[in-house]
Design a protein around this ligand. Structure first.
Ligand code: FAD
Length: 405
């Protein structure tokens, strides 16, 4: 039995264990996860790790000795399949039973797959774990053309990394623009132009009918009949939160597990954080959402750790996110969800600009492309919901800091 059992040894889980010790929590802590490796950073998997520019050692969230030093027991290679909230135990796929005093559920999600014909052929990948990235890399030698299904961040980053590796890439997106779920139209169009400029073919409003091949992928057939020959398919169409054992144990949830402002689930002594935790977010006007970002995993870990350590804090961190494609660094602050106006600062053609999103006149979010200064100054504008005249906002010769004064 552990005083705190953290299930899921990714960004949120690792940070929960770290934060517990930072908060002087003296009880026993175990960090259990189904992957074989110690906690590592996921974002590079679709960026410099996939492109072969970063080794796995550099992805580790802490050096292996750290966990020993902090007296955190790592339990890798174990998958929790059942939770007994009455006796406070979990059962793993291997039949091991582990007791807990309090539990932090930080399991992220499982990538969605296609359900069409051919979806199980060799050469089809999703990208969530180191193993996924390694398997993809292992097959790349025989790949001339790769089809990426989904024009979200992971799909586009993967397209950029594969292009760097000399592959021909075709991105298929069901919506009329890439990044439709997460960004405004100006940003979508900018990234479409960039990718096309790097030789990536982007097909919008396009859906997969079937994946073709015998044994391994040889092509993708689109709805409408067209066939794109390829040797690899990467699916980047979102995740399904990994919460079945918790829901089966009676926790409230559906699309993720519901948590309150202290990251508590409806089950006693069980917290949930990160990609799988559906919470009321101040920056979404209190709507209940799941956020899939390192920021959210880290900040919710800090809240849960403090709650366990006996302090009362509520989660209300400003959301932030980043993406790297080619030499473009995108930094996002706030949530553009439901904005009613978007103002562009700077010229997208200069490859350094920002999009400021407003809702009823208030600044709710910024997407900053190679524009770190706007990102830094934008944080407090979003946190305070500042109102600035859109015409003045569009003047990129005046800094956001000055505009806010
Ligand atoms: P994870 O980090 O996914 O950790 C969950 C862990 O739990 C995993 O190891 C999983 O295998 C394990 N697990 C699941 N179920 C069980 C079970 N039943 N028993 C035991 N273990 C289990 N975010 C950004 O902010 N910026 C980026 O640029 C960015 N890029 C990304 C690129 C890629 C390729 C991916 C996949 C994600 C990216 N993200 C990015 C998102 C970010 O990585 C996630 O939001 C973050 O990892 C969430 O942390 P988490 O702890 O909720 O889940």
């Amino acid at each position: 039995r552990y005083d705190v059992l953290v299930v899921g040894a990714g960004h949120g889980g690792a940070q929960a264990a770290i934060a517990l010790r930072q908060n002087k929590f003296a009880g026993s802590i175990a960090l259990l996860g189904d992957e074989p490796d110690p906690p590592y950073e996921r974002p590079p998997l679709s960026k410099d790790y996939l492109a072969g520019e970063k080794t796995f050692t550099r992805l580790l969230i802490r050096p292996p000795a750290f966990w020993d030093e902090r007296d955190v027991t790592l339990l890798p290679g174990r998958r929790v399949v059942a939770v007994d909230p009455v006796h406070r135990t979990v059962t793993t796929a291997d039949g091991e039973t582990i007791g807990y005093g309090e539990m932090v559920w930080a399991t992220g999600g499982t990538p969605r797959r296609l359900s069409c014909a051919g979806a199980d052929l060799a050469g089809i990948y999703t990208l969530r774990t180191r193993a996924d990235a390694d398997q993809m890399q292992g097959r790349l030698a025989g790949v001339e053309t790769a089809v990426v299904v989904g024009g979200g961040y992971i799909g586009l980053e993967t397209a950029a990394a594969l292009t760097k590796l000399g592959k021909k890439v075709i991105v298929l997106e069901a919506q009329p623009r890439v990044l439709a779920r997460v960004a405004g139209e100006a940003l979508s169009r900018f990234f479409e132009v960039e990718h096309r400029g790097h030789g990536v073919e982007i097909r919008l409003e396009t859906q997969v009918n079937a994946i073709l091949g015998t044994g391994a992928v040889t092509g993708v057939q689109l709805v409408g009949g067209m066939i794109i020959p390829c040797q690899m398919v990467v699916i980047g169409i979102g995740i399904i939160p990994a919460v079945e054992p918790l829901l089966a144990a009676g926790a409230d949830g559906g699309n993720g597990v519901e948590v309150d402002d202290r990251c508590r689930t409806s089950l006693p002594g069980i917290y949930a954080i990160g990609d799988c935790a559906r919470h009321a977010n101040r920056y979404a006007e209190g709507q209940r959402i799941r956020l899939e970002s390192v920021q959210n995993a880290h900040d919710q870990a800090a809240v849960a750790a403090r709650a366990i350590a006996g302090q009362t804090v509520s989660y209300d961190a400003v959301p932030w996110f980043w993406s790297q494609q080619y030499d473009l660094k995108l930094q996002t602050i706030g949530l553009s969800l439901g904005h009613d106006q978007a103002v562009i600062r700077g010229d997208p053609a200069s490859r350094s600009f920002s999009v400021v999103y407003l809702k009823r006149g208030r600044i709710v979010s910024l997407d900053c492309v190679n524009a770190a200064r706007d990102y830094i100054h934008g944080r407090s504008l979003v946190a305070d919901g500042i109102i600035i005249d859109p015409e003045r906002l569009a003047d990129s010769t005046t800094s956001l800091k000055e505009l806010a004064e």
